[in-house]
Design a binder for this molecule. Structure first.
Ligand SMILES: Nc1ncnc2c1ncn2[C@@H]1O[C@H](COP(=O)(O)OP(=O)(O)O)[C@@H](O)[C@H]1O
Ligand SMILES: [Mg+2]
Length: 298
């Protein structure tokens, strides 16, 4: 039975170059996880803060949240790439993560060598990796180039190869980050078709996106992350409301500052200022209607 359970899962990224003393002068942040000192007074960014989440077969979850809210970190935990620093993640089923597609690729190695290395990095045995070669050859359409070191490829060619390697297997759990793809037009049609195929076959989908329309088409549930915490969990339509509500709340709070935001951030709601160390502070604001509704869903 495919499923994912997170119990109070937190992720802290240590920042080795920062000293705990300089935290005293840290200014309030508008985005990102809370910066604080851990037990050993290392400086850490708390990217996920005591997240509880239960996903079952049939769940198609959209992940919303501004930059730095923890979407990519949550995807990595759900995909089993990252262990929670505290709490627990229980993942049942074969997972594929379409996150950083080029992670683990070596520019000096040939296309073929990269197929083997990256497939093994993604969890295949050597024999499985070898058996995937013909399909990856066909999908990437790189022909003789596969014999050359990938430093001789254009960036579009590297994306083709990385995408072909990462999508050759249909997973039960598919964890997908927003900026996957972005290659030449002909390939991106083919890539989109492959992604749709994987989505159709996955038992569980988790999809980080800024695009509410995409989420409405693909997903039947949504989570809004705010400073590494789940601020909303419920229907996609209701998430849209929660997302907009958070945006106007933040605008009202930050006043003229919000007006000074660059235009490019218009589709990303500015967040309330957070005191450094706030993750040990007050709990989330009151539960929302849709979250309450969800808790009746078995
Ligand atoms: N490798 C890392 N080292 C230190 N901090 C990180 C690292 N990756 C992410 N973070 C921090 O964790 C928080 C969440 O980041 P991320 O999961 O990438 O958010 P999102 O995908 O929503 O933009 C941010 O504050 C970010 O700065
Ligand atoms: Mg991200």
């Amino acid at each position: 039975m495919t499923g994912i359970e997170l119990f109070d899962a937190s992720v802290d990224y240590p920042i080795y170059s920062a000293s705990a003393r300089s935290l005293k002068t840290a200014i309030a942040q508008k985005v990102g996880g809370a910066i604080r000192a851990d037990d050993t007074s290392r400086v850490v960014v708390r990217a996920l803060d005591r997240v509880n989440l239960s996903l079952r077969s049939g769940d198609r979850l959209a992940l919303f949240g501004s930059n730095g809210s923890g979407k990519s970190t949550l995807l990595k935990v759900l995909a089993g790439i990252l262990e929670p620093s505290s709490g627990r993640a229980q993942i049942t089923g074969h997972v594929s993560a379409l996150l950083d597609l080029q992670m683990g690729m070596d520019p000096e190695a040939t296309g073929y060598e990269n197929i083997l290395m990256r497939s093994i990095f993604l969890g295949a045995s050597f024999e499985e990796a070898r058996s995937r070669i013909p399909e990856i050859e066909a999908f990437s359409e790189l022909g003789e180039y596969l014999r050359f070191p990938i430093r001789t490829y254009s960036s579009g060619m590297i994306v083709r190869l990385a995408f072909a390697i990462s999508t050759v297997i249909s997973p039960e759990i598919l964890a997908m980050d927003e900026q996957v793809g972005a290659a030449d037009a002909a390939f991106s049609l083919k890539a989109q078709a492959r992604i749709n195929e994987l989505i159709g076959q996955a038992h569980i989908l988790v999809f980080a996106t800024h695009n509410i329309e995409d989420a409405k088409k693909t997903c039947n549930r949504a989570v809004v992350l705010k400073h590494g915490r789940i601020d909303f969990d419920g229907a996609v339509d209701a998430a849209e409301l929660a997302y907009k509500e958070a945006r106007s709340e933040a605008e009202a709070l930050s006043g003229p500052l919000a007006l000074a935001e660059p235009a490019s951030s218009a589709d990303q709601p500015p967040l309330k200022n957070t005191e450094p160390g706030a993750s040990s502070g007050p709990p989330l604001s009151g539960p929302r209607l849709a979250r309450a509704a969800r808790s009746t869903r078995g």
